[in-house]
Write a protein that binds this ligand. Structure first.
Ligand SMILES: CC(C)(COP(=O)(O)OP(=O)(O)OC[C@H]1O[C@@H](n2cnc3c(N)ncnc32)[C@H](O)[C@@H]1OP(=O)(O)O)[C@@H](O)C(=O)NCCC(=O)NCCS
Length: 152
C-alpha cells in the first residue's frame, strides 16, 4: 500500500469509493471532503493505493485555520475522515492506511493526534482503540473524542 496525495490523476477514483448503505452517514462523502479541502489549505486528503487502485481515503488537518479550530492548537492534528471502499473492507487495508497516515503525521513532530466518531460507530471505536487512541471526552459537535499523545 501507498498513501498518496489526492491529485488530478486519482480524484475520480477517490470520489468513486463507496460505503455500504448501512454505513452511509458515518462519514461525509468524498466529494464533500474534496470540496472542503479545496478551500481549507490545512486539510490533507490522502488516497490509499493498492496495486495501482485507490481503496480508501483519509483526511486530516493540523488543529489550525479551520472553522472547528476556534482556538488554534499548533502541532495537534485531527484525522476527521476515514473510509475504505465497501468492496475492500475487512482486508486489513483500513489498519494499514491508518498506520501509514499516523506515521506521516508523526514525521511532523506532533503533540497529539485526535480522532472522533459517533456513538453508533462501534467498529470505528474498537478499531481506533486498537491503534492506541484513548477517549477523553467529546468534541463540541457531539462526537466521542479520542487521541494519541506524544512525549515532547
Ligand atoms: C472503519 C473502516 C475504515 C475500517 O476499514 P477496513 O479496511 O475494513 O479495516 P481493516 O480490514 O483493517 O479492519 C480494521 C479492524 O476493524 C475490524 N472491522 C472492520 N470491519 C468490521 C465490521 N464490519 N465489523 C466488526 N469489525 C470490523 C476488523 O476486524 C479489524 O480489526 P482486527 O485487525 O483486530 O481484526 C471501514 O469499516 C469503513 O470505511 N467504515 C465506514 C466509514 C467509517 O465508519 N469511518 C470512520 C468514521 S469515524
Amino acid at each position: 500500500m501507498k498513501i498518496v496525495e489526492v491529485n488530478r490523476d486519482n480524484l475520480q477514483q477517490v470520489i468513486a469509493l463507496q460505503l455500504d448503505d448501512s454505513q452511509k452517514g458515518l462519514v461525509s462523502d468524498n466529494v464533500h471532503s474534496m470540496a472542503q479541502s479545496a478551500v481549507n489549505t490545512s486539510y490533507q486528503p490522502r488516497a490509499a493505493v493498492v496495486d495501482g487502485k485507490v481503496v480508501g481515503f483519509v483526511m486530516y488537518s493540523e488543529w489550525v485555520d479551520a472553522e472547528w479550530a476556534v482556538i488554534p492548537r499548533p502541532r495537534e492534528y485531527y484525522i476527521f475522515r476515514v473510509m475504505t471502499d465497501k468492496e475492500h473492507q475487512g482486508k486489513g487495508y483500513g489498519r494499514k492506511m491508518m498506520s501509514m497516515v499516523i506515521e506521516e503525521i508523526r514525521s511532523k513532530n506532533p503533540k497529539s493526534i485526535h480522532i472522533g466518531y459517533c456513538d453508533e460507530n462501534k467498529v470505528a471505536r474498537s478499531f481506533y482503540q486498537s491503534l492506541g487512541f484513548v477517549e477523553y471526552g467529546r468534541f463540541d459537535w457531539g462526537d466521542i473524542a479520542a487521541k494519541i499523545e506524544y512525549c515532547e
